[in-house]
Design a protein around this ligand. Structure first.
Ligand code: GCU
Length: 653
């Protein structure tokens, strides 16, 4: 049966009888203006385009040199005027006005908005066969069975979702570029990609492709992919110039090199700046960007060898290359030093890289955070990252560093692995839409609070009174803590099922090659990363942060086991012992999920049935998952430590 796709937070139209006409001061062939023409009646009930300047909504291009998408909305005699220095800004202003009017707060005008980050990107990990690496909402919206799906209506619906929250860049294939996808840089595929890129472009979004560093060999038939080989450089120049001939406003290339089996410059004894710069030079004449990922580490470690520490890898490789990159090359740095766990410290590269363009990378898709079965609203975590003060300088917050430490400010921003697929509601779990929405809103305006965003999303997505709205929002805003409670005590990550990354398997990674060990024994648990007795990872932070993490006295509880190996009887700042904390949080996690179920059930009558059932089913699954985690983790540590729960609850032995 054909299912109409969920329009998500763009479901509601503004119903305001006073708003019946709109007018554009500009006449132009701009595809973005055409988008505005198409969108207006979808967002404002019964509105039509007018030839008269005194229409209820006027869009007006100002002479301001600002091209970053900023806009201003003013109240006028007749209604509203949206002004911007760019077409993108007018588009964002249109969505902004729609959102503000639905919020019903007219005291907000005049309303001026400018993006805090320049590049605001989502990355797809979609494969040509239609599968999505770490995708939890059905297959790819772009590909099917090793061909382009060709559903342009779908791409358009997706573009409007992205543009409505200010996203301006998208990468459309997996960073692990397999055999067939390596050929995306060839003419036949580019012609297909052009159709997708044109739609994105008409919503102010630039299209990027992930490439395989060994393509000169696998696609070009050369004997080498050595970045310093003239032949290789020329081959890339030709490939890139062909790409731009077909898609003149193409965004650029995203590269995962020397990581998890992907080829890279190390094969040829070259450094990562040499790899990135070769590509950056080839793409520069066309105004394109090279986004180079810092997720580089040895994934063939020997667990017996305690001298290796995966957390150190990115800094060890990239810190000394600070200042060595071309002006259109950007380093993309995951928020934490390991891999998108629900709790990690910040990557020490932030603040340490002072002369390099940078993009912070988040993960919206819930790989380690519940697979969009469990509810896990990630905005609180992203906010912590953005607000984190690295203390390299005074007031050295990550959200400022990204831009300030990038020599070319337009080449800085935030990217995230996205969470959408073919499921009718895009994200599998209806509540996971809040993560896509929240990501866009937060990276545009870094000052919004998690709660503001969750309430805004809930208001746009459901018809609820204020009390019920706050109930939904309360589930969202506490869900990250809850997921952390039952999966990741005191920052011990990776106790999940290997490869799958859902459900518990405490020792699943313990004797494996991935470098993610908790070292639990009968006396204690945690990874010693101190300078004094451990791997020395703490040294990679600013002096002040290093001191803080190095010492048991000052290390924050939630990061304790990331930095220290301590006895189960170690007393936390909270006053609890480590073992008691493990027991308590795991019991609490399950109780919280039961609370969510009760809250959700209480909303049955006021939610639409489809959304209600969608989340209800997943909450049942989440309870089962949380219970598995509780019982396996508690039993595991009880068996190791032999220490009873001081509250005498049931732990299996
Ligand atoms: C994680 C994830 C992989 C992915 C990788 C990356 O390790 O499990 O599937 O390829 O991150 O970010 O490149």
């Amino acid at each position: 049966m054909f299912e109409t796709r969920d329009l998500c937070w763009l479901t509601k139209k503004v119903q305001n009888p006073g708003i019946s006409t709109w007018y554009m001061t500009e006449e132009s062939e701009s595809p973005i203006l055409k988008t505005i023409v198409r969108e207006m009646p979808l967002l404002f009930e019964g509105i039509s385009q007018s030839q008269e300047p005194d229409a209820s909504i006027t869009f007006s291009l100002s002479n301001k040199a600002e091209t970053n998408g900023s806009y201003l909305i003013e109240k006028t005699m007749h209604g509203y005027r949206v002004t911007s220095g760019s077409y993108e800004g007018l588009l964002y202003g249109m969505y902004g006005l729609h959102r503000l009017l639905l919020a019903g707060d007219t005291t907000l005008f005049p309303y001026e908005s400018r993006p805090d980050q320049n590049i605001r990107m989502v990355d797809h990990w979609d494969n040509y066969d239609g599968s999505i690496e770490r995708g939890y909402a059905g297959n790819s919206i772009f590909y099917h069975n090793n061909s382009f799906r060709g559903d342009m209506e779908l791409v358009m619906q997706y573009s409007r979702l992205l543009a409505s929250v200010g996203i301006n860049a998208v990468s459309i294939n997996n960073v692990n570029v397999h055999k067939l996808e390596s050929f995306f840089i060839k003419e036949e595929a580019i012609t297909e990609i052009k159709k997708i890129a044109e739609i994105f472009s008409s919503y102010g979004i630039k299209t990027f492709l992930s490439i395989n560093f060994a393509a000169p060999i696998t696609v070009g038939g050369l004997a080498t992919a050595d970045p310093l080989s003239m032949e290789v450089g020329n081959w890339w120049k030709e490939v890139i110039s062909n790409l731009y001939r077909i898609i003149p406003d193409f965004g650029g290339l995203l590269v995962k090199a020397d990581s998890e089996g992907e080829p890279g410059p190390f094969t040829y004894g070259r450094n990562h700046d040499e790899g990135a710069n070769m590509l950056a030079r080839a793409i520069k004449p066309f105004g394109g960007l090279i986004i180079w990922r810092c997720f580089v580490y040895d994934c063939t470690q020997d667990w017996r060898d305690r001298s290796l520490d995966r957390a150190r890898a990115a800094y060890d490789i990239f810190k000394d290359l600070d200042g060595c990159f071309e002006e259109n090359a950007i380093l993309q740095i995951k928020n934490g030093p390991i891999d998108f766990q629900i709790r990690e410290p910040i990557s020490p590269l932030f603040g340490a890289l002072k002369k390099t363009n940078q993009i912070l990378e988040f993960q919206i898709t819930q790989e380690y955070t519940g697979h969009q079965k469990d509810i896990c609203y990630l905005v609180p975590m992203w906010k912590e990252v953005l607000d984190f003060d690295t203390r390299h300088r005074d007031n050295d917050l990550v959200k400022h560093i990204i831009k300030e430490n990038s020599p070319n400010k337009s080449c800085s921003g935030i990217a995230a692995v996205v969470n959408v697929g073919m499921d009718y509601n895009w994200t599998g779990n209806k509540l996971a839409q809040a993560n896509l929405y929240g990501y866009g809103r937060l990276i545009w305006n870094n000052e919004l609070s998690s709660q503001e965003i969750s309430e805004e999303w809930t208001r746009l997505s459901f018809d609820l009174n204020d009390g019920d709205l706050r109930k939904v929002s309360s589930i969202l805003t506490t869900s990250r803590d809850t997921y952390e409670d039952y999966t990741c005590p005191l920052s011990v990550g990776f106790m999940c099922k290997p490869s799958l990354h859902y459900g518990p398997d405490v020792d699943g990674y313990e004797y494996d090659k991935w470098g993610t060990y908790h070292y639990a024994d009968r006396d204690g648990v945690g990874r010693d990363r101190t300078m004094a007795t451990g791997t020395g990872f703490t040294r990679q932070y600013s002096e002040e942060r290093c001191k803080e993490y190095e010492s048991l006295e000052t290390c924050p509880d939630e990061l304790l086991l990331f930095f220290h190996h301590v006895p189960y009887t170690h007393v936390l700042h909270s006053g609890k012992t480590v073992i008691q904390h493990i027991y308590d949080t795991h019991f609490k996690g399950v109780e919280k999920v039961k609370e969510y179920q009760a809250i959700w059930d209480s909303l049955k009558e006021v939610l639409d049935e489809k959304a209600y059932e969608n989340v209800k089913t997943r909450l049942i699954q989440q309870e089962k998952n949380a219970t598995d985690w509780r019982d396996q983790v508690n039993t595991y540590f009880y068996r190791k430590s032999g220490i009873e729960d001081e509250r005498g609850r049931r732990i299996f032995d």
